[in-house]
Design a protein. Structure first.
Length: 280
């Protein structure tokens, strides 16, 4: 059953109210932490001092901890550069760069290669711009209706002129390496399968309705080269309620169970990253 526009409006309004509450709470916490009382209170001061001293563990554990911190720092610097060099010059609805660091381990493997990237769901082109910027030798194919989706209703996003905004944003990086395919992913992906195209990396962030996710996953998996990687965004998303049909997570789980014999799951948190195993 498809929800009415009225129901979506209610959900969108409730989401805006919660976002406002979170913003106010965050501001209060920051103000409290910046206060003289918090900085000088002995109990909190002692807690902060303790956090500076890490108990001694084995050399291997210390090295692993330092490597993790180094990786986090490198990712933070990478995203900061992207925001300065690309986002500051573009027009993006919201900042979703938090979803980029988990992909870094896979993107590093594509450095210096003429890799082919497929993106399902582009919106204003933030992730497409990141792939273009991060991998200067890659070609990116983007599929979108540019009419907005159910998840955009929840956030109250203005989708008027969406395609023109996308065009301007990718042009600021390198539009010559972008192939834009406008249309429903279910039909466009079928055309790509029929043309026997192949991609090294697939980023799935289109419709968040479960049945649509299943279709996008099934068709794009056929386009993924052996050894290639598929990334499913918003695995834990559930802004339309708990009904499995309105969430991507259950569909991703169902798909992974179907391809378990030819798939290695590298990450399963806010995103799911799965590598297509080479078979003889």
């Amino acid at each position: 059953m498809v929800r009415s526009t009225f129901e979506h409006d209610i959900v969108a309004e409730e989401n805006r109210r919660l976002q406002s509450d979170v913003a106010q709470l965050t501001a209060r916490v920051k103000a409290f932490e910046a206060s003289r009382w918090w900085r000088l209170n002995p109990r909190f001061a002692l807690r902060r001092l303790r956090s500076l001293f890490v108990p001694t563990h084995s050399t291997k554990q210390r090295d692993a901890s330092r490597a993790g911190e180094s990786s986090t720092s490198a990712n933070e610097l990478l995203i900061a550069r992207f925001r300065t060099e690309v986002m500051a010059r573009g027009n993006f609805a919201y900042d979703t760069t938090r979803s980029f660091p988990p992909m870094e381990r896979v993107l590093k493997e594509l450095e210096g290669r003429s890799s082919r990237i497929l993106e399902i769901g582009s919106l204003h082109g933030l992730s497409a711009c990141f792939f273009l910027w991060r991998l200067p030798d890659a070609q990116v194919t983007c599929i979108d209706t540019f009419a907005g989706g159910h998840q955009d209703v929840v956030f109250g996003l203005d989708v008027s002129g969406l395609e023109a905004v996308f065009d301007r944003n990718v042009a600021a990086v390198d539009a010559s390496r972008v192939r834009k395919l406008v249309g429903d992913s279910r039909r466009v992906l079928l055309d790509l399968v029929g043309a026997q195209e192949e991609f090294n990396f697939v980023y799935i962030d289109g419709s968040h309705l479960a049945l649509d996710v299943l279709v996008d996953a099934s068709l794009s998996w056929q386009l993924l080269a052996p050894g290639g990687t598929a990334v499913f965004d918003d695995y834990q998303w559930g802004m339309l309620g708990t009904d499995p049909l309105f969430r991507p997570g259950p569909a991703i789980d169902a798909f992974l169970s179907l391809v378990a014999g030819q798939c290695e799951v590298l990450l399963k948190q806010g995103q799911v990253i799965a590598r297509k195993v080479r078979t003889n």
